[in-house]
Design a protein around this ligand. Structure first.
Ligand SMILES: *Cc1c(COP(=O)(O)O)cnc(C)c1O
Length: 387
């Protein structure tokens, strides 16, 4: 029986939390209207802008990533507005549900799970909209359910040509993992969440809002109160919050953003990219197939098909034997794939360990030879050695 409670989290959120960040969380709370807290809001806001590569407002909400997306939608749109929703996985489906719940008229652009959204379909529908009835394009950058990254840069350029529609983007598993230059790509509303690339526990989410998004907010008539981003913007002018924020999570955020600044954006992106390459190539060398189209792999999550092996049993074995938590497949993919999260506070050792655990489990099942099991480590090392 292995020693448990030395859990390695290799799921796409919550992600592992650095010791320094845990210590910040355990401090005694301070008053959220105090000068000390205002200073914290000021510094975290500056660092959030750095992370988003934007001069725009970045607002912090107490709530998970879904709250940030919902806030973006209800703060900028009005009843009956026509929107395009990109849907190629579980999260894309979620935004369709949210949009419909608030009475928006949804045009879906669908792509099969595991494949990316086709930017040309966005272009076509946007070009045909001569009356400028489409008010927003809502999509997921890194589709966590399938391990696919969508071509946000190209889609955003088509939204620019339309000139009226806002982009509302879920960057929950791309921000802090790969390049998402909010200003350069002219993204209007960008949502993310604390338990992903930010390396802090769940509970905070973030929304970047462009000038164009604020102009739309002036006309928005969807019902909202707690998630009305205009309130957050007003409070932010005095480095404050409209309601009591999760003070301790802000301590943690301050610490994690400082760690990210110390590492530097390019190093963070490089690290995620090499982990993606090490993971995807190692599992291929183990005769497993990637679920996602190989030219469009997410930097933060690798989805792996298990063929005739039950993916849920496979995950359970890895949890019981090695105390590594992997994510399963969602909906129709349950039992067919497992997903390895390599997002946030992940180092080369984590990657080598999870590959070893996968190799050993396949060896025990008689699916690979000892030679192949060992070679997977060599394959991964080729990418990890790069600096
Ligand atoms: C985790 C995640 C979210 C946010 O989900 P919450 O449970 O609300 O934090 C949204 N989109 C994607 C792509 C995610 O991976």
């Amino acid at each position: 029986m292995a020693i448990q409670q030395k859990l390695s989290l290799m799921i796409p959120g919550p992600t592992p939390v650095p010791e320094k960040v845990l210590q910040a969380l355990s401090k005694h709370p301070i008053g959220h209207r105090s000068k000390e807290f205002q200073e914290l809001v000021e510094s975290t806001t500056i660092n959030l802008q750095w992370l988003h590569q934007t001069q725009n407002d970045v607002l912090t909400i107490t709530g998970s990533g879904t709250a940030a997306m919902e806030a973006g939608i209800i703060s900028s749109l009005s009843k009956g507005d026509k929107v395009i929703c990109g849907e190629n996985g579980k999260f894309g489906e979620r935004w369709v549900k949210v949009a419909k719940e608030f009475g928006l008229e949804v045009i879906k652009i669908v792509s099969e799970w595991g494949t990316p959204l086709n930017p040309e379909e966005f272009k076509k529908i946007l070009e045909e909209d001569q009356q400028k009835e489409i008010k927003a394009v809502i999509l997921t950058h890194s589709e966590t359910s399938t391990g696919v990254i969508n071509d946000l840069e190209t889609i955003s350029s088509y939204i620019q040509e339309h000139n009226t529609a806002l982009s509302i983007v879920d960057c929950v598993t791309s921000l802090g993992a790969c390049n998402v230059p909010v200003d350069e790509w002219k993204l209007d509303i960008v949502a993310s969440g604390s338990q992903k690339g930010y390396m802090i526990p769940p509970g905070l989410s973030f929304v970047a809002m462009s000038q164009k998004a604020w102009e739309a907010a002036e006309k928005s008539n969807l019902p909202k109160f707690y998630l009305n981003l205009k309130s957050y913007r007003k409070s932010l002018l005095s480095n404050s919050n409209p309601y009591t924020p999760s003070v301790n999570l802000i301590f943690a955020l301050d610490e994690s953003l400082k760690m990210m600044r110390e590492e530097g954006l390019n190093n963070i992106f490089f690290r995620h990219n090499k982990h993606k390459l090490a993971m995807s190539n190692a599992v291929k060398s183990l005769n497993l197939k990637l679920f996602a189209d190989e030219k469009h792999l997410s930097p933060s999550i690798t989805a792996i098909k298990t063929g005739e092996i039950d993916a849920e049993e496979f995950r359970k074995t890895i949890k019981n034997k090695f105390d590594i938590l992997l994510a399963g497949g969602q909906d129709h993919l349950k039992g067919k794939i497992f997903r390895v999260g390599h997002l946030g506070y992940i180092n080369d050792r984590d990657i080598l360990t999870v590959i070893s655990a996968i190799s050993k489990t396949l060896l025990d099942l008689g699916k690979v030879t000892a030679q192949e099991a060992g070679e997977a480590i060599l394959v991964a090392s080729r990418y990890l050695d790069k600096n």
